[in-house]
Design a protein around this ligand. Structure first.
Ligand code: GDP
Ligand code: MG
Length: 333
C-alpha cells in the first residue's frame, strides 16, 4: 500500500506541475514498472490537450538542433513545450544522448521547456509505445506542445508518425537525398519537409527534386494538403519562423477538415494494439510455466507429429493468452 501512496503523491505532484514528479513518472513509464499501468489509468482522462509534433530524419541531419530552436520559437508564442528525444542508434554508453544533452543544455534553464532523452532499448514497437506514453504523461502535466524527435532508421519513425499530429521530415542537401527519402517511406509519413543545412550547396536543387517527385503523387494521399518543402538552417535560425508557421497552418488544416479527430482516433487504435501485443508477448514469454508446453510442442513438431500451426494454436489455448479479470460490461452499454 506504500507504493500506492507514493503514486498518489507523484500524481498530485504532476498535476501541480512539479517537474521532479514529472521526471520520476517518466522514469517509471520508461522502465515498464507495474506502477506504470496505474499511472496511465490516472492520467488518460487528462490527455488530448497537447499538440504533438514529430521530427524525424537521418542521423546527423540536425534534428536535435532544429528541435531546440523550434521549441524556443513555439515557447515565444506563449506555449509550454515538452520534448522527447528518441535515438535507438545511440549506444548504451550514450554518446549521442550525451551530445543531445550538451546541444540542448540551453533548454535546461528554461522553465517553459522540458526535455527528456529516452533510453534506447527493446523493439521499435516497444519504443514507439513507450514514447507515446511518455508524451501522454507530458500532456497530462499540461504542456501545450510536445515535440518528439526520432531518428529515421527504419520502422521506428513510421510507428512514431502514427502517434503525432504533424510529422516534419528533415533532410539535408546531399545528392540522392530525395530518392532515399522515398525509399525509406518518409514521403508517406511527411506532413512537412524541412531541408536543413540549407547553408550548404544543393538545398535548392533538393527542394525542386522533392517538389517534382511530390507532384507526381496523387494529392488524395494527403487529404487536401500539399506537402510543403521548407529550407532551414537550424544553426542560425534561418527559415525557422516559416517552419513554425507551416506547422501551425497544418494544425489548422487538420482541425478545419476534421482530420485531427480521425488521426487521433487512429493514434488511440495503434496504441491499444501496441499494448495488446506487449501484454500477449509478456504473457507468452515471461511465464515460466509455459516453457515445458512449448518444449513439448517443439518436440512433437520435430518428430513430425504435429504441424506448427496446430502447435501454435494448442500453445495459445493452453496459455489462455490473457488472464485478466476486468469488467467489460461497459462495452455493451
Ligand atoms: N551547417 C549546418 N550544420 C548544422 C545545421 N543544423 C545542425 N548542424 C550540425 O549538424 C550536426 C548534427 O546535428 P544534430 O542536431 O545532432 O543532428 P541529429 O542527429 O539529426 O539530431 C551538429 O554538428 C550540428 O551543429 C545547419 O543548419 N547547418
Ligand atoms: Mg539528435
Amino acid at each position: 500500500m506504500k507504493s500506492d501512496n507514493k503514486i498518489e503523491e507523484l500524481m498530485e505532484g504532476l498535476f501541480n506541475k512539479d517537474k521532479r514528479a514529472l521526471s520520476r513518472i517518466i522514469t517509471m513509464v520508461e522502465s515498464d514498472k507495474p506502477e506504470y499501468y496505474s499511472i496511465l489509468k490516472e492520467i488518460y482522462g487528462h490527455t488530448g490537450k497537447a499538440y504533438r509534433i514529430g521530427i524525424t530524419g537521418p542521423p546527423g541531419a540536425g534534428k536535435s538542433t532544429l528541435v531546440n530552436i523550434l521549441a524556443k520559437q513555439i515557447k515565444d508564442r506563449g506555449n509550454e513545450v515538452g520534448i522527447v528525444a528518441v535515438d535507438p542508434t545511440s549506444p548504451f554508453t550514450g554518446g549521442a544522448l550525451l551530445g543531445d544533452r550538451i546541444r540542448m543544455t540551453g533548454l535546461l534553464k528554461d522553465p517553459h521547456i522540458f526535455m527528456r532523452s529516452m533510453a534506447s532499448r527493446g523493439s521499435t514497437g516497444g519504443i514507439a509505445r513507450t514514447t507515446t506514453h511518455v508524451a501522454d504523461v507530458m500532456d497530462a502535466y499540461g504542456f501545450d506542445v510536445i515535440i518528439i524527435e526520432t531518428v529515421g532508421v527504419g520502422q521506428l519513425e513510421l510507428d512514431v508518425a502514427g502517434a503525432v499530429d504533424t510529422t516534419v521530415v528533415v533532410l539535408v542537401p546531399e545528392a540522392g537525398s530525395s530518392i532515399q527519402a522515398m525509399k525509406a517511406g518518409l514521403i508517406e509519413i511527411a506532413d512537412i519537409f524541412a531541408i536543413n543545412k540549407a547553408d550548404r550547396e544543393g538545398a535548392e536543387t533538393l527542394k525542386f527534386e522533392l517538389q517534382d517527385a511530390l507532384s507526381l503523387m496523387p494529392a488524395i494521399k494527403n487529404k487536401g494538403w500539399d506537402l510543403p518543402v521548407k529550407l532551414t538552417v537550424a544553426l542560425d535560425g534561418t527559415g525557422i519562423k516559416e517552419l513554425v508557421d507551416t506547422i501551425y497552418t497544418h494544425k489548422t488544416h487538420l482541425e478545419d477538415t476534421d482530420h485531427l479527430n480521425t488521426s487521433r482516433m487512429n493514434q488511440k487504435k495503434v496504441n491499444i494494439i501496441e499494448i495488446m501485443k506487449h501484454r500477449i508477448e509478456n504473457q507468452l514469454w515471461l511465464n515460466p510455466e509455459l516453457e515445458p508446453t512449448l518444449k513439448r510442442l517443439s518436440n512433437l513438431s520435430m518428430e513430425g507429429k504435429i504441424d506448427p500451426f496446430t502447435a501454435a494454436n494448442t500453445f495459445l489455448k493452453s496459455a489462455k493468452v490473457l488472464n485478466v479479470n476486468i469488467d467489460a460490461s461497459f462495452l455493451h452499454k
